[in-house]
Every structure is written in C-alpha cells, then in structure tokens.
Design a binder for this molecule. Sequence first.
Ligand code: FAD
Length: 447
Amino acid sequence: MSFPQKAEYIIIGAGIHGLSTALHLAQKLKSQGKGDGSKILIIEKGSIASGASGIACGVIRNNYFQPAMRELMAHSVEVWESDPENFHYHNCGYMQISPASMEEDVASIYEQQKDIGYESTFIQGEKEVDSYMKSMFSDWQAKGVTSVLHEKKGGYANNTSSIYGLATKAEAEGVRILTGTTVTGFEYGSNSKAVTGVETDKGLVKCDQVIIGAGPWIKSFWDMLDLPNEVSIKSNGTVHSNVPMWQYWYLTEGVLGVEPDFLKTDNGEMPPVIHVDTDAPLYSDVDKSLITDEVWGLYYKPDFHFNGVQGGSSPYKVGEPGGDGISVDPYGPESKEFIIDDKFAHMWSSALAFCHKRFEGKSHLFKKGATGGLGCFTPDSFPVFDQFRENVYVIADSNHGYKMLGVGKLVAEEVLGEKSALLEPFRLSRYEEGKLHPVSNSPFPWS
Ligand SMILES: Cc1cc2nc3c(=O)[nH]c(=O)nc-3n(C[C@H](O)[C@H](O)[C@H](O)COP(=O)(O)OP(=O)(O)OC[C@H]3O[C@@H](n4cnc5c(N)ncnc54)[C@H](O)[C@@H]3O)c2cc1C
C-alpha cells in the first residue's frame, strides 16, 4: 500500500478493539449508504495481533459483579456468537467457583444474569459444589469453595486466530491496514482542539476522526492528547484528589505441557473454562511447603492453540502506580524484566493439583513461553470509553478487553452519532461525578 495522505477515519492499533471498530464502522457506513471501509485506515506499529490481543488467554465470560460490565459482556458474547468460525470462538461455557466470602456477590451475579436472560446455573453449599464438580470430573478435590456459577454461554477463543479472522473480515469490507508504522503525535487545527492529522514515523495522514485502541500503550496517547494524568474521584461523599490515571499490572500466565485432552470431562467432553478462588491454604505439589494461606485464585482451560492446559493466577502491580514507574514498551525487549520466575510455575501447577488429582506430580511439565504480559488499568480498573478533543475516541479497556468484541460495534455507532446506553457508564466523568461501579470481594482486579 502506498503511504496514504488522508483517511476520513483513522484507527490506531490492530488489536481486538481497533479491528472490531473498523469492521463494524465499515458495515455501518455501507448500510447507511455513506460509503464503505475504504474510508477507514488502521495504523499499527507492529503487525496484526502484536499487542495484548495476541497474547490474551482468550477467556470470554459474563461473570462480573458490576451490572454495567455484565450487560456489556452479554452484548459482546452475542457478537462472538454471530460468527464462531471466523472468530475461532469455542462456546464451552465458564465456571466461577468461589469461597464463602464471595458467595453473596456471586449469588447476586446469578440473579442478575437471570434478569438479562443470560443462561447459568448456581450451586451453593460445600457438599453440593463437590458433587456438582465430581459429576464432571471424578478427580475433583478443591477445598474451601462453597459456590459454583456455571455460565452456559461464553468460553474462550484462540487469540491470534480470532484477531486475524477479524482483520480478514474488515479488509473484505475495504478497510486498509497499514502495519509497521508508528503514530508519534497529532496535528491540531489552528482554531480548534480537534485533531486534523495523525503524525507517524513515515509522515502525516490527514483525517476527520481518530479512534484509539492502543491497549497497554494507552498512556502514551493520553499524553499526546494532553489529557490529565491524575483525576479526582468522588466516593461516598469524599473527594480523593490527585489519583493517578494509569497503573500497570503484570498478568501471570502459563501452560502445562500435557495433551489438551488431558482435561476432558469424565464423559469425554471439553470442559468449561474454570476459575477457582478459595481461602483454603495452598501447599506445594512438589515439596508440600505452604505457598499461601490468604485468598488466592487460578483459571485454566485445555487449549489446542497453546498446546496444553493454559491459564493464570492473580496479577501483580508493577512500577509506581500511575507515575512514570513504567517507561518501557509493554511488549518490547525491556518488558522481559517482568517475566515471572519459577515462583508462578510452582504456584500455578500446585494450584492445578489442588483442584484435580490428575495434575499431581505434573509440575515439571510447566512450559515457560510466550504467555503473560502487561495490562494498563484505570483508577477503578474499569474501562474508559469516551470522546476527547472533539474528534478523538479513546477505547481504554483497562485490560478487560479481549472478550469485549462488541465494544467496537458500539463505538462505531457512537462515532456515527448514535449514543450507546451500554457505554454510558464508562465515561471519564464518572470519577468526578462519583458514578462509580460497585466493588467485589474477588482477589482479581478485573472482577
Ligand atoms: C496475559 C494476558 C492475558 C489476557 N487474557 C484475557 C482474557 O482471557 N480475556 C479477556 O477478555 N482479556 C484478556 N486480556 C486483556 C486483553 O488482552 C486486552 O484488554 C485487549 O486485548 C486489549 O485490546 P486492544 O485492541 O485495546 O489492544 P492491543 O491488542 O494491545 O492492540 C493495540 C495495538 O496498538 C498498537 N500500537 C501501540 N502503540 C502504537 C503506536 N504508537 N502507533 C501505532 N500502533 C500502536 C500495538 O502494536 C498493538 O498492536 C489479557 C491480557 C494479557 C496481557
């Protein structure tokens, strides 16, 4: 492709959000008789799926304590279901297995899932949970869990394959994807705050509207737009000032090198994605030493793409929250300093053995590899979807986003003038106005 001088819509980033927005915007323009995807240019510094979307575990679930997140996820699951083949989507379901301290929260999620018609089963009681799980896996042995929320929809998708599927669909609508080109700044009109062009390392591209889907690189665009790096948050009548806008967490993930079939259910089916939180102590499967006696969690699934059983555990915070504590490129060579040591492998494989007898003595099969990575989180760890500087739409998903395939569809509608009730609870102004999302008892920052 020769270097373009102008594009009506420039989308930055060829991850799940950039590509989904491009696809849906192209379809919408066509259906409204306003043109097609040739009005849209995606600018990507690396290649398609080279960011967080290409490394995501790929879990798609509804299980959120926050009503606005649940409604948004239900919408996204419908988009996944609209083309499972090209999106490489596996509808195997999802299970949230929890300790007593989380039971009330999860019970309310179940009730509200019923209200929005999202199919799930809720099991309560230690014995009942044990027999429900044993009816699926006779070697189930997890302790300290008193409820199971079994979502029948959702599951997971193969990370890079789904992003390539999305790119192929967008290109078929006429969208152009310019890879290997880094955005370095914006050009502003003389009398207006609006962006009139996007500066790149290869030259300027004039435009009418910009959409940013830059995943963990969002802070650099926030700075290019001169947006505030601190916010005030009103909570329970108190105003907390100077709260850092961005913070980084490292998501610890890995693969156990067994055949993916190793985790089939007793009746030979692929199981749901399993997430367990528990307050039972975790002991090493290698030397029986105590790993933790605080609430901990893990998630896992059989995965033919990663070729093994893949999953993770609670992330940890890196750098100085929100400051310049992290100056490295989230996926550049320097980010290797965050790649976790054997501690995670030991914890996670012991945790698998805590849940299923079949994993006992298998810790040595842990494969160190290209899973795990940085996420950039907002002050409350929920997304910000908002328009700034008149014509710049920012998709800052706070690392919830692989499952959010539908967000691009809603953003495309907003860019074309249709306000979305589903996106409304995620504006930046919610901090100042105190319109915050409820906080759950989960040990994970994204639940
Ligand atoms: C280890 C891990 C596991 C995860 N697992 C899950 C999961 O199971 N389920 C889930 O829902 N979410 C998961 N997430 C979160 C999810 O991956 C992200 O929220 C989502 O992929 C973000 O999508 P995006 O399109 O915004 O960003 P990305 O996929 O990161 O895409 C942004 C793109 O912007 C490009 N870019 C950046 N800067 C520039 C620039 N200056 N110029 C041009 N291009 C630029 C990057 O190269 C990149 O390709 C996980 C995240 C991690 C790290």
